[in-house]
Write a protein that binds this ligand. Sequence first.
Ligand SMILES: [Fe+2]
Length: 217
Amino acid sequence: METDNLNLLNYKLKVIDNFLNQDDFDSLCKLEINQTVKEDFHVYHNEINDKGIIKSVIDKNLLQRIHNNYHSTAMNILKNISKEKAELYEYSDFSIIVTSKNSKFPIHDDTPNKLLSGVIYLYPEKNTGTIFYNNKKGADQTNISWRPNRAVFFSRSERKTWHSYEGDGLNNRVVLNYNLMTNKIKEVYKVENKSYFYGNFRFKLNPYIFRYLKTTI
Ligand SMILES: [Fe+2]
């Protein structure tokens, strides 16, 4: 893929092609997903950690398998970006997100409960990837183009890791979001050296959180 522009960004992205093994990729693509999304986005939300499944709307064996197969890889990516954040890990969020072909998710920086944000493009064969920027207005646009089974990871940082995505106008866009999560929001702000009071206020007011099942994408 083209990585020419990656160095424009003032934060790290980790792009991995063929992230999932073929069997896991095929199983995720075969899941019964409602393609006639009435809303802009449809979220199939699942949570798991080493103690077991917390919440699941997909096949439990598949959820357990993907957690087992990729947890150490994701943790290592996070440790490489921020050792301190890795210590705050509590659970993993695996969400399948269907974005309607004409929908657009605006530029945002991700919520503080995400320690590591990841997206794995599933299908169709062609669509639009995820676009990253250096500010909310869209400076230094860096497009991580779509390719099935390509993963993109970053560790969210308040008012820094700006990104957006949209459908291509032709087909619904289906991805697996893979996030390492925490509930220790105060500690997150401490690690980032940012104001908990202001940040938490902003987090709670974010309309997208409430609109999309208390998860931002
Ligand atoms: Fe996001």
